[in-house]
Design a protein. Sequence first.
Length: 305
Amino acid sequence: MKTFEEQYLKATNKEEFRSVISLLKEIVRPAFIILIGQYADVKILNSAEHGYDLVILTDEERSLPAVKVRNYITKKLPGCQEQNLHFYFIPLTFFNTEYFHNYFFYKILQEGVLLYQKQNLPIELVKHNKFRPKRALKKIHYDRKRYQELGDIFLSDAIKHLEKEEIRSSVFYTIQAIRQYLLDAVITFYGFEQNDAPRLIALYSLIRCSTDYFALLWEGDTESPLDFLYKLEKQNISSRFQRKFIVRLRVVNCYIRKAHELGLLTDRLYNERIEILQGMVAKENQKVPKSVTDLQKTNDSQKVQ
């Protein structure tokens, strides 16, 4: 990991980073604070939502919600040059346990900038060379499969109900499809599941920072993605439990189109991550003997010597 004093960090931001670190230490108990994203030149985060992307490894299992921390810091730093603050709170024990098959965690240690480290920690940070791309490849395929399949099933059901003009059911299943696709994108990118049944807006907020195409999701529509997802959250309940439910047919068609577009983007994200991991596995395979026979020959030659 790189250090805070590396020259590539913008000099104008160094004091601001120090202020953010001090405020984080006031409101949470960080074990490590690591800068990723554009300011650290970490390529894994390539989004139009540029800003301060900070990974906070904590020595506690639970921490304050990121939105509360962000609100606290922006209130204390009203003149902050950078308005986009993104925080990723991860328990240190979980980070160490999951690191060997988590590509996102691997990139944090490979390219991140260490801004702060707590002294006398009872747990050490995992070593950088522990990452295993083969295991990461298997895990990402297994983890995202159920979300992707559920998303496709829900979307198919939504279309079938729409053809029968069963608007209430069509909207309900479309919302479930969007939720599964967002969960799919989050677990593909970050490598671990979020809390149970998270809100659509929370899932979108996590994934829109990942790539430009997620930041530009549903661009050109009359309403913003946040407004759209907020509306869906309310309709998720009313489509099931309220007698009065009025949504026009063209609006439902729009919902289904957006769900389909989201599903295509999650596939794109998955394929990109698979390609990266397959490349790492190929490089790893070049470093070992090609076969068991070659390995036996190497051992035999060493015995002769």
